[in-house]
Design a protein around this ligand. Structure first.
Ligand code: FAD
Length: 363
């Protein structure tokens, strides 16, 4: 079992090494083109967790996190967009969709012929997602908007959460150009397009609603999302550590490589320890018999905080070069900052953890 996982992980690592020009193009051009999506679909990256009968490879969440961490070593933005496509969209359809919905969408999502996204957040409903205003009228007209949607500007479909008859529903919306806003200029994750989706009394076929209640889908999807998201800061930390080690071994000050200065050695040891503890926590979380809300929030909190500190230490070890935008450590810092906010902010994760731990005594 462990060997099979290592073999698959190795396969994704090899894919990245073989496709370095593609990954570098995505990072330098700040875009993932339709051809990139098709190539990734053809090579099996997009159907990782999609069952074989719908054209995927039927791999596990553990395999998916391994893939994301390998990709984010080279391109955190690409890993983020793949996560939004594969997990937030395809995996939701696979887990909660009707047979027709699965047959209609999963094979095309696996091949990259369709690009997926999901819309929960709105201008005035971020951390407090349940206060969303987007709604379906009684005659099935979708009204409202979604904000900061990963892949929104390029996606063909989106799983949209909307209030419907005092409940919440999740529905598959085939996006039209009129619904999609342009990509925002962001601090980091520059190749992963983020945008607004607007629904102006858009007529919805009731068969596009996922059969399970929206609040139930949201509750479980967020836990799985937090585990998958954690793989990206882990990949970022691995890259930050390697960047630091190679730079500090070559760059000399006061007649010796920086790596031989004890205070620089302390930074390297800290990043290594942050990476190792996050990887270990990932394994603990993945090895639970079922996904634990507490473990998912704890892992994501830890990996994102460690990732932030690791990227900052890497930047510091580059001195002035670490302040130049072309420096990889600077880009890692910009990218990893997202994980303080996205997928439920640091504060919300802390609230969730303390709430679970004290619920038995206080509520
Ligand atoms: C690059 C990017 C990609 C994204 N992709 C998606 C996507 O694909 N789909 C999607 O639906 N959304 C997406 N989001 C939105 C993201 O999920 C929200 O930004 C996040 O949930 C936080 O909401 P907010 O930005 O409105 O912050 P707010 O909720 O306004 O919070 C602002 C600050 O207040 C703090 N805060 C809020 N409530 C409390 C509290 N009760 N106690 C203490 N502190 C609190 C927060 O921690 C934060 O520091 C994305 C965001 C970004 C930046």
């Amino acid at each position: 079992m462990i060997e099979a996982r290592q073999e698959i992980k190795h396969h994704f690592k090899n894919w990245c090494n073989k496709n370095l020009p593609l990954l570098e193009e995505i990072e330098s051009q700040h875009t993932i083109s339709p051809n990139h999506w098709l190539k990734m679909g053809e090579d099996g990256l997009l159907g990782c967790m999609i069952h074989e009968r719908y054209g995927g490879s039927g791999l596990s969440l553990a395999n998916f996190t391994d893939m994301l961490s390998e990709i984010s070593y080279h391109s955190p933005s690409l890993a983020l967009s793949i996560l939004a496509h594969s997990q937030l969209c395809a995996d939701l359809i696979q887990t909660w969709g009707s047979e027709d919905q699965k047959q209609n969408y999963l094979p095309k999502l696996a091949l990259g012929q369709l690009i997926g996204s999901t819309g929960i957040s709105e201008d005035n409903a971020g951390s407090d997602a349940l206060s969303m205003q987007t709604h379906l009228t009684d005659d099935y007209l979708l009204c409202g908007h979604k904000m900061w949607i990963t892949n929104g500007p390029i996606a063909n479909i989106s799983i949209i959460y909307a209030k419907h008859r005092d409940e919440m529903s999740a529905l598959i919306v085939d996006l039209t150009p009129q619904m999609k806003g342009p990509a925002f200029e962001k601090f980091g994750m520059k190749s992963s397009p983020t945008g607004r989706l607007t629904f102006n009394r858009h007529a919805v076929d009731p068969s596009s609603i996922l059969p399970m209640a929206g609040h139930r889908i949201l509750k479980t999807a967020l836990d799985k999302e937090r585990i998958a998201l954690s793989a990206i800061p882990i990949g970022i930390m691995r890259r930050a550590l390697n960047e630091m080690i190679s730079h500090c071994s070559i760059r000399k000050q006061f007649g010796k490589p920086l790596a031989q200065k004890q205070l620089i050695g302390e930074k390297i040891a800290t990043v290594h320890t942050h990476l190792s503890s996050s990887e270990a926590l990932m394994e603990v979380t993945l090895n639970q018999p079922s996904i634990s809300k507490l473990d998912a929030a704890t892992l994501y909190l830890h990996a994102s905080q460690c990732g932030m500190q690791a990227a900052e230490l890497a930047m510091d070890s580059f001195g002035a070069m670490g302040y130049m935008v072309e420096n990889k450590s600077t880009q890692l810092f910009q990218d990893v900052k997202l994980f303080q906010t996205g997928g439920g902010s640091i504060e919300i994760r802390k609230l969730l953890i303390s709430h679970i731990l004290t619920a038995h005594y206080c509520y």
